[in-house]
Ligand binder design. Structure first.
Ligand code: GUN
Ligand code: ZN
Length: 440
């Protein structure tokens, strides 16, 4: 094949209704200038990147491989900022709150990843499941085992995806087979950073499970890693349930708050992704804002485990970036649409109303910005990676009817977000490559 023929094959055009954001929508605003909605357009993809867009009836020459999805929505792939790859095995486990759920279901499942083949098969299953739910980038906890992080990075590299992950640190309050120690963990992290951080679309996150599972020495070691490798991320859990917060208070009586435990260890920085952040006070929110760290709000998990109702409005008022996460297996679905529908309901419990724009922005461009990756992911802007999903506006008689009578764009998109799920997904591309197609 000639070079130009090869190049031509790399030109892909997708036709549909393009929806993304160019700024952050205001709270409560259903008419938002932050939204970019281009009905019936071609999205042009060249060499795995967004090359432009043009009206659906504008001519396209033969060099473009055309996929006509007229009547479908086209969005940037979702970004799930907090999810556990080994926990597909415990999703929808009955009967307990966070601490008991960890002990009863989660730790035994994660222990299975001591086996390399389990870890490899689990990583592949997990990433393919993300694509099948319309998520193309994620910030992920594997397990304490170094090879589980290796397997996850290798599987993501093979699929060309943007993934942030790291070996889980936990040297206490966990069963045999799931504890590391400070020195070996430090060596493992450095090896993994050398091997994976900055390679292709991968980045390392120093991954502290949560304060109760790490000794003060291990937290300090994790803080030193963040300082020694300034480009790496940091991910952990923060103030998720009341019992957990009380336990942290007992374990770290010197700290002003749960967040302060991490701050004292040097773990509070702009590359920090803190899952949950339900039981915070104004000083905590100010510290998060000053550090430029984000909260990964996980509404499905918070409801399922009975952890509490996240105060998004307070975070917004304090200028703390908020992204959205499934937190599977605490969360009951990898679908960001289902998760956003839950987020709306959580805010409704506080008398607040989350617009579709705010919700969709937080799970696309907003998450990308909070991760410092908005030039690569989270929008359909020229130059971004072509991580793109095609969605049916409605699946089934109820959603179809609701859409038929919906007035205006916000009402239509809100109905899609609230009634839709992975069954609406037509296809998912990662860097232009088709990674999921319904029925394939
Ligand atoms: N806190 C510590 N570990 C976990 C976990 O695996 N899931 C959730 N939801 N919270 C945690
Ligand atoms: Zn979690």
């Amino acid at each position: 094949m000639s070079a130009s023929a090869a190049l031509a094959q790399q030109r892909i055009a997708l036709r549909g209704d393009l929806l993304d954001f160019v700024a952050a929508p205001q709270w409560g605003e259903v008419e938002s200038p932050a939204l970019r909605y281009r009905a019936d357009h071609w999205l042009l993809i060249e060499d795995g990147r967004i090359a432009g867009a043009q009206a659906g009836d504008a001519p396209l020459d033969e060099s473009w491989a055309r996929h006509d999805h007229r009547g479908c929505l086209i969005l940037p792939g979702f970004i799930d900022t907090h999810v556990h790859s080994p926990q597909l095995d415990v999703i929808a486990s009955y009967g307990s709150g966070l601490l008991d759920w960890l002990k009863t279901y989660t730790f035994p499942a994660e222990r299975r990843y001591a086996d390399l083949d389990e870890a490899r098969a689990g990583a592949a299953r997990f990433l393919d499941a993300l694509f099948a739910h319309g998520t193309t980038s994620a910030v992920v906890f594997p397990t304490v085992h170094k090879h589980s992080a290796d397997a996850l990075f290798a599987a993501a590299q093979q699929r060309g995806m943007r993934l942030i992950a790291g070996k889980v640190l936990m040297d206490r309050h966990a069963p045999d087979g799931l504890r590391d120690d400070v020195d070996q963990a430090a060596r493992d992290c450095v090896d993994l950073i050398d091997c994976w951080h900055g390679k292709d679309r991968l980045a390392y996150a120093v991954t502290v499970r949560f304060a109760p599972c790490s000794t003060p020495e291990q937290l300090a070691m994790a803080g030193r890693l963040c300082t020694s490798f300034p480009g790496v991320y940091m991910q952990t859990h923060l103030a998720e349930s009341r019992d957990e917060v009380a336990w942290v208070r007992e374990l770290f009586p010197e700290a002003r708050s749960y967040l302060d435990v991490y701050d004292r260890a040097g773990l509070l920085n702009a590359r920090g992704v803190f899952a949950h952040g339900i039981w915070l006070d104004d000083d905590d929110r100010a510290a998060l804002r000053d550090a430029g760290a984000q909260i990964a709000h996980s509404p499905s998990s918070n409801l399922f485990l009975g952890s509490g109702l996240f105060d998004w409005r307070a975070a917004e008022a304090a200028a703390v970036p908020v992204s959205v996460a499934t937190d599977v297996g605490g969360g009951t679905s990898l679908s960001m649409l289902r998760t956003l529908a839950d987020a709306y309901k959580v805010q409704a419990m506080a008398g607040e109303r989350l617009t579709a724009w705010k919700a969709l922005h937080a799970s696309t461009l907003g998450a990308a910005q909070a991760l410092g990756l908005s030039r690569e992911i989270g929008s359909l802007s020229v130059g971004c990676a072509a991580d793109v999903c095609v969605w049916d506006w409605a699946v089934g008689a109820v959603a179809e009817r609701r859409l038929e009578v919906a007035q205006g764009l916000h009402e239509r998109v809100f109905a899609w977000m609230t009634l839709g799920d992975e069954r609406n997904l037509v296809s998912a591309r990662v860097a232009g490559v088709l990674r999921y197609e319904r029925g394939m």
